[in-house]
Design a protein around this ligand. Structure first.
Ligand SMILES: [Zn+2]
Length: 289
């Protein structure tokens, strides 16, 4: 699926909600450590979960929601910080995470992201090019601000080909970007350079950094624990094995989907990624290797 399609789907979801109750959609902040917050959408879908680092040295915002909620996102963040954002980190290129880049740059922020993310945004006709990252990295970059250490690292070919996650090493907080959807099937953007194997490896990489006290801000869903991430990776490994058994038996894509191999995982269904769509994604990823 193309980035443009994803943008439209997320835009449409937000747009549908917006007609009825636009003014009721907001960001709710949860403090996860001193000076560090998770912001999650409330009353509708303004975008994937945000991360926010505050303090005298500078403000760092992780992701920034859909473009049609830019003004609300700018004011919600400034309500907490009292200052404009200095740095924006994009965890990946999708429109529900980068939509307010241009608004943030307009207020003086510098956008930081993986090299491949910038390439994807340059190629995205829907994206306001004034919000492109000015600072890109290939492997990792580390922020040392407000007494905190934020290690920003690339995860190869997982949700997209330009994913980054952020580990606040001193306070045991991780923002996973969309390498974790908490308690629901993940969207894996094969057209955007993601892969099921890479997604599993990325989740395992984050797991290795976590312990029982770690707070994980997922790209989507409620604040998570290591056990939640373990459940997500266990599900995906088993789901992949279930689909692979059918592929190995020579079944076509239609036959695999019809066999409902992910039936035991009904509770992970949601409107965007159903068990059938998850099955198709795994099938496609397995057979294109
Ligand atoms: Zn995404």
């Amino acid at each position: 699926m193309k980035l443009k399609t994803i943008f439209l789907i997320f835009g449409l979801t937000a747009g549908t909600a917006a007609t009825a109750q636009d003014s009721e959609i907001s960001w709710r902040s949860i403090q996860v450590a001193p000076g560090i917050y998770m912001l999650e959408g409330e009353g509708g879908f303004p975008g994937g979960n945000l991360g926010l680092l505050t303090g005298d040295d500078g403000i760092v915002l992780i992701d920034n929601g859909l473009s049609n909620f830019s003004a609300m996102t700018v004011s919600s963040v400034e309500e907490i910080t009292g200052e404009p954002v200095n740095f924006v980190i994009n965890t990946h290129a999708h429109g529900d995470h980068t939509g307010a880049n241009a608004a943030m740059v307009g207020k003086g922020a510098t956008v930081v992201a993986h090299d491949n993310l910038r390439k994807a945004l340059v190629a995205d006709e829907q994206f306001d090019q004034s919000g492109l990252p000015e600072l890109t990295f290939n492997d990792s970059v580390t922020f040392h601000l407000n007494g905190h250490t934020a290690y920003v690292f690339h995860i190869e070919s997982a949700h997209t080909d330009g994913d980054a996650a952020i580990h606040f090493t001193d306070v045991n907080v991780i923002h996973s970007g969309d390498v974790m959807f908490n308690k629901v099937f993940p969207f894996i953007d094969l057209g955007g350079g993601g892969s099921v194997d890479g997604y599993i490896a990325g989740q395992q990489k984050i797991l290795a950094m976590a312990d029982d006290e770690t707070k994980i801000i997922p790209g989507h869903g409620p604040l998570a624990t290591k056990a939640d991430l373990q459940a997500a990776v266990d599900m995906l490994i088993d789901a992949q094995a279930r689909v692979k058994a059918l592929v190995d038996a020579g079944k076509s894509k239609e036959e695999v989907v019809a066999a409902k191999p992910l039936a035991p995982y009904g509770s992970w269904n949601w409107d965007f990624i159903t068990a059938d769509i998850m099955t198709e994604t795994i099938y496609t990823s397995l057979t294109s290797e």
